[in-house]
Design a protein around this ligand. Structure first.
Ligand code: GAR
Length: 213
């Protein structure tokens, strides 16, 4: 079933681009119905415009509370994708409250640049370099009320090299993010996602893991 996506962004939008490119190549059965940024002027918005995707800027600072911001987002996302669409947080740097999450149960997906539950929160790549781990990666997960704590959908592993700094590591992780996120979305489009009796996500017929090449 073709997925209707609303993609929320705050920055450069390379993950959004990976989704758009996978759709254009016929590898992802989805339509991006709307891109919302909480930051004006970011590159993600021009990427969406170049692909003919409607965009909206909703600056969070214009709302008195997180709930008010989230309630506004719910309305805009519902207009674009209805109740059955999937919301993708692709470098969206705001914490969403229950006001938003309860409107789209099990339908809000985030990509995070670490192997969760390691290194949640901001600058996961820097955390990995400072900790000295030899392997890190990225995680696509369902969003719950915590910070990067929701049920894991898929992960990709990335080595940390001796002379890595935050930026070289981030670039290597991004390559895998751009495979993993469209990959997971395609498995959802194919109707493979189910939940076991403990509520854990499972994909029929695929192991949702990428290892370093
Ligand atoms: C990506 O590395 C993404 O995993 C990260 O921000 C970057 C956005 O890049 N997200 C988080 O850290 C969320 N906590 P992009 O705008 O080029 O897709």
């Amino acid at each position: 079933m073709t997925l209707d996506l609303a993609v929320l962004v705050s920055g450069s939008g390379t993950n959004l681009q990976a989704i758009l490119d996978a759709i254009a190549r016929g590898e992802l059965d989805a339509r991006v119905r709307l891109v919302i940024s909480n930051v004006p002027g970011v590159k993600a918005l021009s990427r969406a415009e170049a692909a003919g995707v409607p965009t909206l800027v909703v600056p969070h600072k214009q709302f008195p509370t997180r709930d008010a911001f989230d309630a506004h987002l719910v309305e805009r996302v519902r207009e674009a994708v209805g109740d059955r669409g999937v919301v993708v947080l692709a470098g969206f740097m705001r914490i969403l409250t229950a006001t938003f999450l309860d409107a789209f149960p099990r339908r809000v997906i985030n990509i995070h640049p670490s192997l969760l539950p390691a290194f949640p929160g901001v600058d996961a790549q820097k955390q990995a370099v400072e900790k000295g781990v030899r392997i890190t990666g990225c995680t696509v997960h369902l969003v719950d009320a915590g910070t990067d704590t929701g049920p894991i959908l898929g992960q990709a592993a990335v080595p940390v090299l001796d002379d890595d700094d935050r930026d070289t590591l981030a670039a290597r992780i991004l390559v895998q993010e751009h495979r993993l996120l469209p990959g997971v979305l395609q498995w959802i489009a194919e109707g493979r996602l189910r939940f076991d009796d403990r509520g854990r996500p499972r994909f029929d017929g695929v192991v949702p893991v990428y290892w370093p090449a």
